[in-house]
Write a protein that binds this ligand. Sequence first.
Ligand code: GLC
Length: 423
Amino acid sequence: MDRGLAAPNQTLKMIPSFVVNLPKGSETGTYLALDLGGSNFRVCEVTLEGAGSSGAVSNVRMRQRKYVVSDDLKTGRGTDLFDFFADCVREFLVENGIHATDPAHNELVLGFTFSFPCSQTAINKGALMHWTKGFTASGVEGQDPVQLLQDAFHRKQLRVRVASLVNDTVGTLVAHAYQDPSTHLGIILGTGTNAAYVERIDRIPKWDGPIPASGKMIVNTEWGAFDQEGVVLPLTSYDSVLDRQSAHPHLQTYEKMVSGLYLGEVMRLVLADLASTGELFRGVSSTVLTTPYSIDTALMSRIERDHSAELADVRVVLEDLISIPKTSAEDRRIVKRVAELIGTRSARLAAAGVAAIVSKINRLDDCTVAIDGSLFEHYPHYANRMRDALREIVGIAADNILLVQARDGSGQGAALIAALADA
Ligand code: GLC
């Protein structure tokens, strides 16, 4: 982390987000947000209602719609991807009766959550350093995603101004701080994984911009890249195969051991190997089992959730969904154990990351960590496994570190940051 804060081009990119204030809770107004995470893409209208006179918790109202980004869009031409975003925004506005083409109405202000590593030069300006999470769309790396989106809005004659470029971790942190000021970390444990935190500006030697009055800056760590040089994390042969065959070899090493896009694939590689050596399924495999990325992490969750004596649901998963002709109770026990090992490794590595940042910012006495993402929300025992590991790492201080589920933070956060930038 210190290396990344000191100089550019380090493994941990430690990107200054240009967000220098946490919200006060009194912000109000209506903003659009566009949120490209990993598997989903959302358009939201966010209405900030402030804290009201009673000092109650700040209120946020949201209307939103999810769209699926197809593999063709992820891997095709960048302009098609951004035209698709603009089309979705238009559809959303029409559906909700919001005017965006009529010059008689004010321009709409939009916060753009673009959850990929972008070096930023302003709150609404940056450049995509490289794609992650299976995206490879052409003509986007090295470009400013805000400009690409703004151009697409022009092509579609939408009067929408992109006011902020926000990483999902930064959005999650800001949105949660709107309600709980002791929030100092925002974490995503979903398709990908990453963390943002509040850093003191004098601890960011590479920062050469103006010194903010707050003396602080939210930093996007891009921790998914941790140990890209492969010297710290104990990799298995399955991790190495996964890396070699991935869309981004030698990148995002930690993310590949932790996040939802990859866990099912690690599991598939282990099961395929054990089937080939005859240790599972009496040596019988299936085309599903030999097809990359055919096991979704959601299936692993299902396997871990089965506590029945005969592992009846594990049987359904293996025999009906993964097409293994016949499984024994012993096979199913082994499969469940493999899922537990991979899921636990992920949670424990994530906890190590949290412990590292909380220790770095000296907040072992009191820190709220806002966490969003399907893995943390839906994977069985995930939060508890993280808490157990935190206790092993920082001891009793773990009780002061609150890991809380934050939902829809990235969209809300982008709107809040647009509001802060617009003020
Ligand atoms: C990947 C992206 C990062 C994002 C994370 C979670 O690691 O590089 O920017 O925050 O996924 O979506």
